[in-house]
Every structure is written in structure tokens, then in C-alpha cells.
Design a protein around this ligand. Structure first.
Ligand code: GTP
Ligand code: SPV
Ligand code: MN
Length: 596
């Protein structure tokens, strides 16, 4: 393993601050995985599961208050506050380093510091980014090994002056009061301390591949997005790819792995999973947008995963998977809410306590066996539908971009933007119910532009401007759509069955991209003629499709007020074309009101 001096010098500096007992450089080998797994099991960091039923699978439990990303402790640290923008927490680099140093100092005493070299994207690709994470958590090492291309080959490819993102992580004492997730775009550095949970500590993922990468992407004129990429193969062998941005825990993994419902199976569709969380998108020489998934694994939501909702995920997580915060059954297998099996009579819950179904806490709330944000970490190639293109540098051509969220009311099942700029407006005004993927109240609607609110590493007004600019560079831009799988009726019942059935909507989207079907023009964009959605084998209740596709002008006008308020916080930095789109939409809604 080559230890270039600029890497060694940085490792030495960080070690002097954190004071680990020893330093271990990860080579990424299988032998190393076995050895470190044994260490984690010996220390109780991992629980070995029943290796007959779940070969290569382990269970990890995080600390009680360390179960989701903590957005209020996540900062963008730039010299000027304006560069972080009104939607990010900001700290000056000087203050941030100072505060973090106090927590990092001596935090690794009695522990090993692991040096984890990793690549986001194929090693050696001009589009890939290299990071090195220093961590005192074996769990982090074993997760990074699944989620990224990790090990010796990365260090060797770096070169004597190669640039890498400096990623420093320490669990410290896992105290939420002494937790900071700091990003230094000006230094290409990330410091995370006081957490052991996924997005806070697997620094290649949200921290590097989105927050830091979004800054690089603006500079280098590409896009780093919180998107899945999915390929839809038709019987004639043509594959069309779509990229979709949904906020956390709103259905990316499920859509990325979808299995066609029986009614559509007969058409001979085949689905290819390219990515389920992050997409790096570039304009290629053909003037089209091409996407790669920089990750090598899935860090997916466990609850609700079963052979009806997501059979590909069930197979993906049947071996060589690390489970976090789910229930342990007596036979050494696992269970969660929404599992294929009925609830076990007794189990050990995600916090390691005895659990029985139906038990309530003191406030009368049913105690869940698994945390709602419990996760699996599984290798990309475990997925039976994984695309064979994952090592290709230029990725796959994107035909459509889809934005979606959880909106019980207002947003139709699907609608299509009138233009690229209108699509950017739809993305910029995306809103969704909050989920368990971030600490805080669940259920309230919040604006989450492009599903990037917690992940954009710079001023979001500039980010919108960058999206608009990308449109002018694309000679064959993807069409932009909005979807909402979560619309409900007056009683709060979901109108759309979702999951595999969503392919019916993707089918319409692709037909629109090929100019094969007409849409119905509404003030907010094109919605489908109901007859153009293939409903073979799926029956909805009476009038459900009308409700799903309805555009309520009054409600949209009220929505515009909320959008104005959201836009106003960016002041004059918000690009004019977005205000123009806003005003044009208002005019279309008012005109439609007069007509009816
Ligand atoms: P992150 O990993 O947090 O970025 O989440 P994600 O966007 O990948 O979400 P995921 O696919 O894991 O789904 C999250 C939750 O939404 C799960 O509990 C699913 O059961 C549920 N879900 C996913 N797709 C659908 C759908 O089409 N309809 C309904 N009703 N629920 C869905
Ligand atoms: C998300 O919250 O969007 C995730 C999980 O994908 S985490 O890696 O924790 O951010
Ligand atoms: Mn995500």
C-alpha cells in the first residue's frame, strides 16, 4: 500500500489531536473484513446472526438518541454566511474547527484509528472523487466497505499530489450535546463527531457525495443529486433510464428496485437498478444528461420491506448485510414491522430489550420492535436487478427527471413540466411530509427543493441558478415530471397502491418522452388522459383515478402563497426565471378560474 506523504502528514496531524492507541490502514481485503468483523463481534458492536438462514449477516444497535441524521447539528462552514444560504446551518470555519477540536481532542484514547481510503464512482474514472475517512468505529469501516469502493487500490490511484476529501470521524462519547457534523467546502474537508449513525458518519454518502460534491458540481458544471436511477428495458432490448428525487424515506430504494406488477409483466419489461440514493449527472458530448451512481451499496429503510412491496430488496438483504436497529428473534434471525412473517411471540427489540407484539408504553403508544429509520447496508451487486453498467464511467443516459414527495393532498399522481425552467420550478418548490429519516417531528409538510434541502452544500438560490444554467447547456434535456404516490381521499386512505404499480406511471412518463401520447394540459402542467395509463390487472375504487389526477385551482393558489414565502427568504439571490415561472403559474391558475 502506497502511503503518499501528503496523506501521511494529514493522518499524523489528526492522530495527534485524537490520540488513538494505534492506527490501522484498511486494505479492503476479504481477510480484513473477516478480521474486523470478528473484532466488532467480540466488542459487541455487531451481533452475529444465524449464519445458516442469513449468511454473512450481522446486527448493530446504535445509541438510543443516535438513530437518524441530526440536521440541526449539521453545518456548512464557509467564510461567508451567504455562501451557505438561508436553508443551511452555518458556522465560520474558524469557530467550527475550534469547537470540534475540543471534542475531538483525545477522543480516540484507548481506541484504534482506522484509515479508510474510498472512491465515490469507479476507481480511475475522471468523474470519481476520492476520500479518506479516519474513524474510531469498526462499524463505520465495515459499512464504508459495502457502500463505497474501499481499500488499497484507492490509495494507490491517488498519486503523490492527488486531491482527496479529508474525512474525520469520531464517535467520541456519542453525546448528542457534543455532536457536530461539519462541512468545509473551501478545504474539501468533513469533520463529524459524537454520532455513530449512517448519514452522520458514513462520510462518503451524504456528506461527500452530496454536500461537498454539490459545491464541486456547481464549479465543474455537473449535478450531484439525491436521486435514484432506474433502467426500464422493453422486450426489444431498448433501455430507457429515469432519475428521481424523493426526500428521505419517500420511496427511492423501492422505486429503484421495482418489480413489474403481473399486469405489466406480460409486456416483457425488465428493470435495472442503477442507484437508489445518489446520482451524479453530467452532460456528455451528445448534449444529453448522463448519470452514474457513485455508491457501491444500499443503505436502505428496513421497515415495510417484504416480498410484496419489494421482492428485490428482500433478496438483496438475505446475505452479506449489516442490519441496524431492528429486532432479533430467538433463532438468531431478524424481524421488523412489515416483515413477511407474522410478529414473533417474543423478540429482542432494536434497543436490546425483551419485546412482545402489541405492548404499549406508559403513554399507551405501541412499542415498535424496530426503529422506523432502521436500515440495511447491502452490497449493490446483491440486488438481482443491479445494472451491469455500474463500472462504466459515463453512466447511463437519462430520459426523464422525476420529483416527488409525500403530499396527502394537492399534488396529482403525476404531472409533466411545460419546459425545463418550469421543471426546475417544480423541483425547487417540492414539499413533503417529514419522515423518520431525520430527527424531529414526523408528518409536517416542509419544502424540500429537489429533495436536497438537507444535502445542498451551498446557497440554494445559487443551486437553483445552476439547475437553470444546466438547462441551457443541454441540447437534448430530459423531460421533467412530478409524482405523488401518497395522495389520500377524504378519509386519509391512500388512493394509489404504489410500489411495483408505480411502473404504470413510469410507462406513461416514458411514452411522453417519446412523444407517443398526448397529455391533458392543466395550469400546473400536463396530466395523463386516464385511458393512457395501463391499468391491466389493477382495480382502483370508483372515482379514485379522477381524484388522483385532480388539479384543484384554489388549493394551488394557496400553495403559491406558501411558495412565495419560501422563495422570499433567498432575497434578490433567487434567480428571476423562478419568479417568472411563479407568476406565469399564478396567471394560468387565475385564467382557468375565470373559465370555469
Ligand atoms: P432514504 O434511504 O431515506 O433516502 O429513503 P428512500 O427514498 O429510499 O425511501 P424507501 O424506498 O426506503 O421508502 C421509505 C418508506 O416509504 C418505506 O417504509 C416504504 O414502505 C414506503 N414506500 C416506498 N414506496 C412507496 C410507495 O410507492 N407507496 C407507498 N404508499 N409507500 C411507499
Ligand atoms: C437519507 O436520510 O436520505 C438516507 C439515509 O439515505 S442517511 O444515509 O442516513 O442519510
Ligand atoms: Mn437518502
Amino acid at each position: 500500500m502506497i502511503r503518499y506523504s501528503h496523506v501521511q502528514a494529514w493522518v499524523d496531524r489528526m492522530a495527534a489531536m485524537c490520540q488513538p492507541d494505534d492506527i490501522y490502514w484498511c486494505d479492503g481485503s476479504e481477510e480484513e473484513r473477516r478480521r474486523l468483523t470478528a473484532v466488532a463481534v467480540a466488542h459487541g458492536e455487531l451481533i452475529e446472526l444465524n449464519q445458516h438462514a442469513l449468511p454473512g449477516c450481522y446486527l448493530h444497535r446504535t445509541a438510543e438518541h443516535d438513530v437518524a441524521r441530526t440536521e440541526h447539528l449539521t453545518y456548512i462552514c464557509t467564510s461567508f454566511q451567504g455562501d451557505a444560504g438561508p436553508t443551511n446551518n452555518w458556522m465560520s470555519p474558524r469557530v467550527a474547527y475550534h469547537r470540534a477540536r475540543e471534542i475531538f481532542a483525545g477522543s480516540m484514547k484507548g481506541r484504534t484509528m482506522y484509515v479508510v481510503p474510498f472512491a465515490m464512482g469507479p476507481i480511475g474514472s475522471p468523474f470519481s472523487k476520492i476520500g479518506i475517512e479516519l474513524t474510531d468505529s469498526v462499524y463505520v469501516v465495515l459499512n464504508m466497505r459495502i457502500m463505497t469502493r474501499m481499500g488499497e487500490a484507492v490509495l494507490d490511484s491517488l498519486g503523490p499530489h492527488g486531491e482527496f476529501t479529508q474525512c474525520l470521524h469520531s464517535k467520541a462519547d456519542l453525546d448528542v450535546e457534543r455532536r457536530l457534523i461539519l462541512h468545509f467546502p473551501e478545504d474539501n474537508a468533513i469533520w463529524s463527531v459524537g454520532s455513530g449513525y449512517g448519514g452522520n458518519v458514513l462520510l462518503g454518502k451524504k456528506c461527500l457525495a452530496l454536500r461537498i460534491a454539490s459545491v464541486l458540481a456547481q464549479r465543474e458544471k455537473w449535478l450531484a443529486e439525491h436521486m435514484l436511477i432506474l433502467g426500464i428495458e422493453e422486450p426489444n432490448g431498448h433501455i430507457q433510464y429515469v432519475a428521481a428525487a424523493f426526500p428521505s424515506a419517500c420511496g427511492k430504494t423501492n422505486l429503484a428496485m421495482l418489480l413489474p406488477p403481473d399486469g405489466l409483466m406480460r409486456k416483457g419489461y425488465r428493470i435495472w437498478t442503477v442507484g437508489d440514493d445518489i446520482a451524479w449527472l453530467r452532460i456528455d458530448t451528445d448534449g444529453r444528461l448522463w448519470g452514474v451512481n457513485p455508491e457501491m451499496g444500499f443503505f436502505g429503510v428496513v421497515p415495510g420491506t417484504n416480498s410484496k412491496t419489494n421482492p428485490n430488496a428482500v433478496r438483496t438483504i438475505s446475505h452479506d448485510t449489516i442490519y441496524t436497529n431492528i429486532a432479533l428473534r430467538r433463532d438468531g434471525t431478524v424481524w421488523w414491522e412489515g416483515h413477511d412473517d407474522p410478529p414473533p411471540e417474543q423478540a429482542i427489540d432494536w434497543q436490546g430489550r425483551p419485546w412482545q407484539p402489541g405492548t404499549a408504553d406508559r403513554d399507551g403508544k405501541i412499542i415498535l420492535s424496530s426503529h422506523p429509520n432502521s436500515r440495511f447496508t447491502a452490497p449493490f451487486t446483491n440486488c438481482p436487478a443491479h445494472s451491469f453498467r455500474y463500472e462504466e464511467h459515463h453512466g447511463v443516459p437519462i430520459s426523464a427527471i422525476i420529483f416527488g414527495g409525500r403530499r396527502p393532498t394537492l399534488c396529482p399522481l403525476v404531472h409533466e413540466a411545460l419546459s425545463w425552467d418550469h421543471g426546475v420550478y417544480i423541483g425547487a418548490t417540492l414539499a413533503s411530509e417529514r419522515t423518520a429519516a431525520q430527527a424531529g417531528a414526523v408528518g409536517e409538510i416542509r419544502r424540500d427543493p429537489m429533495a436536497m434541502l438537507p444535502f445542498c452544500g451551498y446557497n440554494m438560490a445559487d443551486y437553483f441558478g445552476h439547475w437553470l444554467d444546466m438547462g441551457t447547456r443541454l441540447t437534448r434535456p430530459p423531460k421533467i415530471f412530478s409524482v405523488n404516490w401518497f395522495r389520500t381521499d377524504e378519509n386519509g386512505t391512500l388512493l394509489w397502491p404504489g410500489f411495483g404499480e408505480n411502473l404504470r406511471i413510469i410507462e406513461w412518463i416514458l411514452a411522453r418522452c417519446r412523444d407517443e401520447v398526448a397529455g391533458v394540459q392543466t395550469p400546473i402542467g400536463y396530466v395523463p388522459h386516464p385511458k393512457d395509463i395501463d391499468m391491466t390487472g389493477l382495480e382502483l375504487s370508483d372515482g379514485a383515478m379522477q381524484k388522483l389526477l385532480a388539479v384543484n385551482g384554489e388549493a394551488w393558489l394557496a400553495e403559491l402563497d406558501a411558495i412565495r414565502e419560501f422563495f422570499d427568504q433567498f432575497g434578490p439571490r433567487l434567480p428571476d426565471p423562478l419568479w417568472a415561472q411563479h407568476e406565469a403559474l399564478r396567471q394560468r391558475l387565475l385564467t382557468a378560474k375565470q373559465v370555469t
